[in-house]
Design a protein around this ligand. Structure first.
Ligand SMILES: Cc1cc2nc3c(=O)[nH]c(=O)nc-3n(C[C@H](O)[C@H](O)[C@H](O)COP(=O)(O)OP(=O)(O)OC[C@H]3O[C@@H](n4cnc5c(N)ncnc54)[C@H](O)[C@@H]3O)c2cc1C
Length: 317
């Protein structure tokens, strides 16, 4: 159990739900890691905003989606972890080319709804197992598409409970990154595409699913790409060919299949880390750091974690 940082009487009265020492890591895609000191599921945006306004500022706040890109450290997460529930999972048509998606909607559900509505351009979302909130924070992308390309506007609430309307222009979105302040919690997005025949969309989604199932360990306990691809500047500085991908660097450094405890770099896609069954969050993180070290020694590139690590480090192997 976490050493408590919160006196629960300090927490604001909310309409949503609090849960103390809630399982967190075991509900992440890696299925390992510690608990949340307090898990808060707001009922709606007003509930979230009023919680953020009233919550004492010494209490740390962390937001998660479905944790398909997160390692929850074994020591657990202190403070309040906010997870938007099904109240934020509404997806509906706005016009022939636009749809509304709450931030906890799964990307795959948005892709499927776009297919039903005949809105093309959102098929790539079928290849990303996270939520719209996670996609906005990570500028998630796959198969040539990125959320920034289909984003019209989004709403987010800051730590003071202020609601902000954002557009891609003021969100500074680039490869797996946004400059949107860290304390902003996305609550919804309006996405746009172009009218398209449903069957064509369906075929594109089917192709994406097929490609993924043959190139990624999607049935494993994983967190997607462990490290981001290096930038052109980094490749030039290291004297490497432009376009070199992280998986190639990992492979060249001999880390395909590398194992520490129950954590392993996937044989199928060596930038994917997997929990083979009994990995701790510490063993996953240690493996990542070992891969970073070996890649640096081999190619001079310092890999950047794409996976977010949250919570307290704990020496558990
Ligand atoms: C098998 C597999 C394949 C993957 N393939 C891809 C891929 O092709 N392309 C790709 O881009 N990613 C891929 N990923 C990674 C992951 O799915 C994406 O990064 C996804 O966007 C994360 O969404 P999430 O809801 O799981 O967010 P989480 O993992 O829970 O969180 C990720 C980050 O987003 C923040 N966040 C989450 N919700 C909100 C919110 N409402 N407001 C503000 N911040 C928020 C968190 O604080 C954290 O910093 C893959 C993952 C797996 C497991």
């Amino acid at each position: 159990m976490l050493e408590s940082l919160i006196n629960t009487e300090e927490l604001p009265i909310v309409r949503g739900k609090y849960r103390q020492n809630a399982p967190l890591g075991e509900t992440s895609w890696f299925r390992t890691g510690g608990t949340a000191e307090i898990l808060f599921k707001p009922l709606d945006t007003d509930d979230l905003a009023s919680f953020l306004y009233s919550c004492p500022k010494h209490i740390p706040i962390t937001v998660v989606g479905v944790m398909s890109n997160i390692i929850v450290r074994d020591g657990g997460v202190k403070g309040v972890v906010i997870k938007l529930g099904r109240e934020f999972a509404n997806i509906k048509a706005k016009s022939k080319e636009e749809l509304y998606a709450g931030a906890s909607s799964l990307d795959i559900n948005v892709a499927n709804m776009a297919e039903q509505l005949g809105i093309g351009g959102m098929e790539f979302l079928a290849g990303i197992p996270g939520t719209i909130g996670g996609a906005l924070r990570m500028n998630a992308g796959a198969y040539g598409g990125e959320i920034k390309d289909i984003l019209l506007c989004a709403k987010a609430v800051d730590r003071q409970g202020q609601i902000h309307e954002l557009t891609p222009d003021n969100m500074g979105m680039s490869y797996r990154h946004t400059t949107t302040p860290d304390d902003y919690i996305f609550t919804e997005a309006i996405l746009h595409g172009a009218p398209e025949n449903n069957e064509i969309i369906q075929k594109k989604i089917a192709q994406i699913k097929k490609r993924r199932s043959t190139s990624q360990p999607i049935k494993s306990r994983t967190g997607g790409s462990t490290f981001a691809n290096p930038s052109d500047d980094e490749l030039i500085a290291a004297g490497l060919e432009l376009g070199t991908k992280t998986w190639q660097l990992i492979d060249k450094a001999g880390c395909r299949g590398l194992k520490i405890g129950g954590a392993q770099m996937s044989e199928l896609h060596c930038n994917f880390m997997i929990n083979t069954g009994n990995a701790t969050a510490t063993s996953l993180e240690t493996l990542g750091e070992e891969v970073k070290k070996r890649v640096f020694e081999d190619s001079g590139i310092t890999l950047r974690w794409e996976i977010k690590r949250i919570g307290e480090y704990c020496k558990k192997s």
